[in-house]
Design a binder for this molecule. Structure first.
Ligand SMILES: [Zn+2]
Length: 259
């Protein structure tokens, strides 16, 4: 009985205060599909939506997020020294189970984050089929969807899981101007918000051009020209193959992993 109560009461840990209730009207709705991310209404977080274009075929990461954060206040619960994230995978994604578990393993291998099949937990990630790769930021409570589009790679899935763990895009850091230039004239109209700076917690870590959370050079270009240019022209940005050294440190610091 005690175990049951503990499990039922297992909710997102809140770091730095409770999240504000969000009026639906304050949330920018785009493309109509964002409501499908979450089953409960109204949406419980102070958020906005950001989109990313991975390449011509993939649109990645329409995300709902608290404003002004590089890492958010709602973390997944820790059990001892490990963070335990419950998940379910929709039956529509039967052919993507390996990719999803590979993505989770790449995170677990280097951090204290663990993933397990949901039993009775109330807060959990639900991987569902979608047109794009989409995630909320942080643990938002209840069934929290990550949408996996057909073209989402293992790297895209890692990127979305990192959003769900509480991390936002690297290029939104307040100190980005030292490392990249935003070419506003090349940004597709209406997508400017995806390039906003957010004053937030950078976890005391340096800017990471190699981050799996960094946009690529041509994201949301309206004319094929770059929207982001690294100051160091020899650097490639927007990789979606692996966690960078600093990505690992971000997760470990955010969740205070002890080893
Ligand atoms: Zn993203």
């Amino acid at each position: 009985m005690l175990l049951f109560l503990v499990l039922v009461g297992w909710v997102c840990q809140v770091w730095g205060g409770p999240l504000e209730k969000q009026k639906t009207s304050e949330i920018q709705q785009e493309d109509g599909y964002i409501n499908s991310l979450k089953t409960q209404s109204p949406l419980p977080i102070n958020g906005e939506i950001a989109d990313e274009v991975e390449n011509e075929a993939v649109q990645e990461g329409d995300i709902l997020l608290p404003k002004d954060r590089n890492a958010v206040s709602s973390l997944w619960p820790k059990v001892g020294v490990k963070v335990a994230v419950p998940y379910e995978i929709d039956s529509d994604l039967k052919d993507r189970i390996q990719d999803i578990t590979d993505a989770m393993a790449m995170i677990s291998d280097k951090t204290c984050i663990t993933f397990h099949r949901r039993t009775v937990e109330t807060d959990y990630i639900y991987f569902a089929h979608g047109l794009w790769c989409v995630s909320f930021i942080g643990c938002v409570g209840g069934e929290q969807r990550i949408l996996i589009g057909r073209a989402c790679s293992v790297g895209n899935i890692i990127h979305e899981i990192l959003h769900a763990l509480g991390l936002y895009h690297e290029h939104s850091r307040f100190d980005r101007e030292q490392y990249i230039s935003i070419m506003s004239e090349n940004i597709k109209p209406g997508r400017e918000k995806s390039f906003l700076v957010r004053d937030g917690n950078t976890l005391g870590l340096p800017y990471d051009l190699e981050s799996i959370l960094h946009y690529g050079s041509n994201y949301f270009s309206r004319n094929g020209e770059p929207t982001i240019v690294p100051k160091d022209r020899s650097v490639m940005i927007g990789q979606r193959t692996h966690l960078s050294v600093l990505d690992v440190q971000k997760i470990r610091k955010l969740y205070k992993c002890v080893r």
